[in-house]
Design a protein around this ligand. Sequence first.
Ligand code: KIV
Length: 272
Amino acid sequence: MSVAKKNPRKVTTHTLQEMKMRKEKIAMLTAYDFSFAGIIDSASIDVILVGDSASNVIHGHETTLPITLNQMIDHASAVVRAVKRCLVVVDLPFGYYQGDGKTALKSAIRIMKESGGHAIKMEGGRFIVDYIARIVNAGIPVMGHLGLTPQSIYKFGTYSVRAQEEAEAEILIQDALSLEKAGCFAIVLEKIPAELAERVSKELHIPTIGIGAGPDCDGQVLVTHDMLGINKEFSPRFLRRYASLHDIMTEAIENYIKDVKSGNFPSTEESY
Ligand code: KIV
């Protein structure tokens, strides 16, 4: 019997905390629409992230910076309509929270009210920790995100591994502790050395979810389009492909075109 059938109970932020205590790994994937979210939720994922990676994989932008709050709300609403069990976390997009706590809170409230998502995610450490506390105090669960934070790509200048030097690693540990103190219920650790991620995961009481951060995080996340092989060009070392959907879809579409052109589709049985 599948995990979902045995345990149809909805996943909450408390469930994730209990999973960390039981040393049960948390599985998270991205989704941006109704159809994908339905499949992912039915397969018993713990968390769906409506990531601002939608900016890249859905809207075709080079970075996550251009996506708007309204676009994120549209994606999240579609995902929420499909989900029966998992926790839905929605990224606060670039430009809607970095300026001040009041704007950050207003953006977070819009996501919760207009999409029905269950929590939000914000990138950054010490510079936004007060805004996070304000949002948590308003009753909105917040997931943090440290390490390679793609909204800061123009500051970093490269998508390479972060916190390899002792000084940056120390700042990351302090940031993680501050996020926990501010009330975050979990933290994504992106593209940092496995040893550092292990240390952070041991020091924190809240779960860490890794992407390119080694095996010792409390959970893992991948971008669904990448792990399904829809996106063929992106192949960083941390990515494991579980399917080659690009090839499967191309073959199916080519066969359809052939059948239409040859008059082989539709057949008598497929006609009224
Ligand atoms: O936007 C996103 O998909 C993310 C994950 C890569 C963690 O932030």
